[in-house]
Structure formats: structure tokens, C-alpha cells
Design a protein around this ligand. Sequence first.
Ligand code: UTP
Length: 223
Amino acid sequence: MKIVLSLGGSVLMKDFNAERIKRFAEAIEDIAKENKVFVVVGGGKVARDYIRTAKLLGADNTFCDYMGVEVTRLNAMLLCSALKSAPKIIPRDFREAYELSLNHDIVVMGGTFPGHTTDATSALLTEFVNADILLNATSVDGIYSDDPKKNPKAKRFDRIKADDLLKIILRLSSEAGGNYPLDILAIKIIQRSKIKALVFLGEPDNIRRAARGEFEIGTLIEP
Ligand code: UTP
């Protein structure tokens, strides 16, 4: 199988804990024994700190996005440091990623261009390399009907149609400070290419389980 794994920066980079990064690398190497794996690493808190400070200094959004992209690339390099079999090249776009994948079972990249987050990068990469599934390892255990931090009655979905997910995200994203699990562009790409995607809590063993098809660990987004 061909898998795209979106690894949130906040999931991978908790306190720059080397042991934790190593455990993620081991899980990725395990699933790469039977699959071709593309990993897209997010920016996490460091990216948010850069962006917040740059905004205070007067930077525009696009410039801030470029800063975010650079942080995701640095995080990708950190993950690469722990991987024995990944090339030490972080592709800048999807064509480079595809080229590298011809000779490697694991390819690690960060973000690409301004205007979205690594959620969308991973969805676009899934489309481009025609992967079988997009695994989104994030800081929540799935998709809820509302923000679970604000609404204790929010219901977790086992499965959800991309159209219904888009409605939820549009509602949440219109609220100030809204916390939403996937960015809108990612969902549009998932929708247009009928991508199968799983959103789940990013822990190393969950990555192994998700790759084995144990979709009950999170929410499966269906076309
Ligand atoms: P992330 O994907 O890490 O954003 O990209 P996030 O939503 O904060 O995700 P977590 O916390 O890692 O799960 C960080 C920032 O980098 C820029 C955006 O500004 C984004 O908010 N970025 C990232 C881009 O502009 N383009 C990309 O392809 C990726």
C-alpha cells in the first residue's frame, strides 16, 4: 500500500523529546516494511511562536506562512535524523517527493507553499502520488460534531462523509479562535479526489494500528 502520514508538529515535537521522536521513527520504519510511506511533518508550537512574533513585528500573512513552512521543514529534518532508511533530502514539492519515492520506501517532507497548513499539503500529496490512504496523526482522537474542549456534549464520529465534515468545519472556522481538526483546503481535496482519510490521536502505536486498517482508533472520512 501507499500511505501518506500527516504528523502534526505538536504531536511529534512535544518538548523536543528525542525519545518520543525516536519512537515515531520506529513506528514509521515498521509500517514501511510493507508499505511505501510519505510523511508530512507539521510545525507545532515553534511555528506558532515564530508566526505570532513576526506578526507583532508587522509581517504579512504570506511571509508568516513561509516562516511556518521553514519550521515544518526543520521538524522534518529532525524526524529524518532518527530514520535509518529515509533520504536526507526534504523535498520542496510533490514532484520531488514522488521522484525520491522511486528509490526509497520512506520520504519525509514539510509544508510547501503559503495559504494553508500541512493538512492540505498531505491531502495534495495523497492526490499527487495516488496513495491508498491519508493517515492524519493529530492531537485529538477523531472528529467531533463540535469543539470537544468547549462543548462536553460534542459527539465523536466513527465515520463521516467529506461533505458533512466540510459543513462542520465551515461552522467552527467562522467562530473566533475556533479549533478545527482539518483545514478547509484539505477537505476540498479529500472531497474532489475521493480520498480515504483517517484522523486519529498521534501516538506511535496508533500509526501501526492505522496502517493495519484498525480504523476504530479514529474517525474515517469517506467520499
Ligand atoms: P502546520 O501544518 O503545522 O499548522 O503549519 P498547524 O495547524 O499549526 O498544525 P500542528 O499544530 O502542527 O498540528 C504551520 C504553519 O506553516 C504554514 C502555515 O502558516 C501554518 O499555519 N504552512 C504550512 C504553509 O503556509 N504552507 C504549508 O504547506 C504548510
